[in-house]
Write a protein that binds this ligand. Structure first.
Ligand code: SF4
Length: 218
């Protein structure tokens, strides 16, 4: 039986986590608890957030009709769901091959590069690029798509090499951030700089808007 994904959210188009117009998939569940994590809403492994792969794939195929350069998988800790992540990556590969598409697959992980190589090689073989290592709040960075300076961008395939080589050491002056508003919440897509969320909260408060239930505080 196909494993269910413990899932947080999906969005298209994502333009702040990898090159081009992308699908963003956020898996639910992380036990790493990096100090300073801005996505604490993704930590719990909630039974009521299970999603079947065919449902997700159908949605991906629909939005891809508008143009798709890549898929970014984040979390949470995607590799904490070994079987589900493997099934997801295999399904994305099948779709890409059969449809003759050229999107790349980038994945974030808070696990170390060494551990991923040792324990997750079959999954790495299905990725085009990877950003591993836990977020370290005391190592701020301007490196594009990275939260802290200890996080390398590692191409893992020919496509990954082609697409990501220009960005390995690329730094940005200002970080881009997408804001999405739905019926229940406002959420941001991208990598905020050190203190950005607190500044946002303070500026909202100065204008009389109190932010509640924020994901950057436990
Ligand atoms: S930064 Fe990523 S790996 Fe670290 S606690 Fe947050 S979700 Fe988990």
């Amino acid at each position: 039986m196909m494993p269910l994904l413990c899932f947080n959210k999906a969005h298209y188009p994502v333009t702040t986590l990898g090159p081009g117009r992308r699908i963003g998939l956020w898996l639910q569940g992380c036990v790493l608890a990096c100090p300073g994590c801005v996505s604490q809403d993704t930590w719990t492994f909630a039974d009521d957030q299970a999603l079947s792969l065919p449902v997700l794939l159908t949605w991906c195929q629909e939005v891809a009709l508008h143009g798709l350069d890549g898929i970014t998988i984040s979390g949470g800790e995607p590799f904490a769901q070994r079987e589900a992540l493997l099934a997801l990556l295999q399904a994305l590969h099948d779709w890409r091959d059969k449809a003759g598409l050229n999107f790349d697959i980038l994945c974030y992980s808070g696990f170390s590069w060494r551990r991923l190589q040792r324990d997750f090689a079959p999954l790495l073989a299905l990725l085009d690029a990877l950003i591993p290592e836990p977020f370290q709040a005391q190592q701020p960075t301007r490196l594009i798509w990275r939260g802290s300076a200890n996080q390398p961008l590692i191409p893992l395939s020919l496509l990954g090499q082609e697409r990501y080589a220009p960005y390995l050491h690329h730094e940005v002056e200002r970080r881009s951030f997408q804001l999405v508003v739905d019926d229940e919440r406002i959420w941001g897509i991208g990598i905020p700089g050190l203190g950005d969320m607190e500044r946002l909260e303070q500026q909202c408060a100065e204008r009389g808007v109190q932010l509640g239930g924020v994901s950057w505080r436990g």
